[in-house]
Design a protein around this ligand. Sequence first.
Ligand SMILES: [Fe+2]
Length: 255
Amino acid sequence: MAVRIEQFMCRSDNFGVLLHDPETGDTALIDAPEEKPILAAIERTGWTPKLLLVTHHHADHVEANLALKQRFGLKIVGPEAEREKIPGIDETVREGDTIGFGNDDFRVIETPGHTAGHVSYYLPQSAVLFAADTLFELGCGRLLECGPEVMYESLKKLSDLPPDTVVYCGHEYTLSNARFALTVDPDNKALQERAKKIEALRADGKATLPTTIGEELATNPFLRWADPAIRKGLGMEQASSDQVFAEIRRRKDNF
Ligand SMILES: [Fe+2]
């Protein structure tokens, strides 16, 4: 992987991410949840961001936009569909747009579901995805502005990326996601093993992220709509995949 990545906690469970290309010196920030820990990460790494890529309009992803723009003069890029709601936005993007970064280009993947305009950012050559509140480790974002069929299509797009793609997410929700995942996929050995590792990491106060598309395909029930054992457990052997996804999401909402 050519790019270097610094992941750090913001607020109570948000992740901040700084990326840096050592060859070109390019530095970008994914979302701006909280000014203080972002400034600390910039100080620690010596990487000064010139670009802020926003995934969606929620306050815990844009709170520090204006303060950082004022301090670093960075360019703020975000989804066209949410331009009115993103403070300080300079440029908007849509599905398939690219944003030059180092020797790679960010590719914009529209992933509505959590919000109606949510986008994810993908660096194909470095094989890194920033999925924010669409895909979590062993989970997915809450459906605040869209129906389950919309989120299903977004997750399907992400699940088609190469399995070795490294995935960064917006929140550290993995432990509660793991406990829920075991209720719908109890006999999955890979999931059982993973849940043990997650318990240990969290007991040590360590982050569980990043993950990979391959690990999620093997263990995340929100991507395992085709799995016969999960379908059987839900009594949905004949249902369509988006119906299976919708039922799993409904159960998690009530978990
Ligand atoms: Fe959000």
